[in-house]
Design a protein around this ligand. Structure first.
Ligand SMILES: Cc1cc2nc3c(=O)[nH]c(=O)nc-3n(C[C@H](O)[C@H](O)[C@H](O)COP(=O)(O)O)c2cc1C
Length: 186
């Protein structure tokens, strides 16, 4: 079930079924956005994951997320723009603040990453995958890059609208990781 605002929220909560209470799993989606593209991707992933009743989805801006949120999460999705050939500064700041407090405490947890880029995105993926490898996270989906094809400064600075087909890919990624958490296959 999806409820509440998808900007920054708990998207769904587990419902006990048949009187049996199963341990609730939490999926944390950490994102940063400047012109809105990554936010749409992160919301789509949250929406997809939110279909899984037994998984609580938390959608958090990178600037507000920290190591406690990481430690509390059974699975993670990192979503960032690629800016100047790198993940965005505030996404990096989130990792800088969280890295050592979470190190050796989240080994093996599943993660996926999504990047909103103009035309590339590969280096932001590389950077996140390197950090995730340091954390000993387990990549459970190929990195998902959405290119907005903005070329001019005006286009780059304009608010983005991500195509429905691309949002569907993000939704599917969120659904897949939530299903894996729900079935305990990670
Ligand atoms: C300062 C700046 C640098 C950028 N550098 C890159 C880049 O290196 N590679 C790329 O593919 N896109 C680059 N872009 C384009 C953004 O990735 C693109 O606009 C994307 O939509 C940003 O995500 P957002 O809408 O969530 O902010 C850059 C944009 C800005 C503003």
């Amino acid at each position: 079930m999806v409820s509440g605002h998808l900007a920054e929220s708990q998207v769904s909560a587990a419902m006990p079924s048949g009187g049996v209470t199963t341990p609730r799993k939490t999926l944390l989606i950490v994102y940063h956005t400047m012109t809105g593209g990554t936010l749409q991707m992160a919301r789509a992933a949250a929406h997809g994951a939110g279909q899984e009743q037994s998984v609580e989805v938390r959608l958090l801006q990178a600037a507000r997320a920290g190591s406690d949120d990481v430690l509390d999460a059974d699975g993670l999705v990192f979503a960032t723009p690629e800016n100047l050939g790198a993940m965005s500064g505030l996404m990096k700041d989130f990792f800088d603040r969280s890295y050592y407090a979470a190190l050796e405490r989240i080994n093996g947890r599943p993660y996926a990453c999504m990047v909103c880029a103009g035309s590339d995105g590969s280096n932001a993926v590389r950077q996140i995958e390197r950090i995730a490898a340091g954390w000993r996270l387990r990549r459970v989906a190929d990195a998902l890059i959405v290119c907005t094809h903005a070329q001019t400064p005006q286009e780059i600075l304009r608010q983005k609208r991500i195509e429905p087909g691309e949002l569907e890919r993000c939704e599917n990624l969120g659904a897949a990781i939530a299903t894996g958490l729900s079935f305990g296959i990670y």
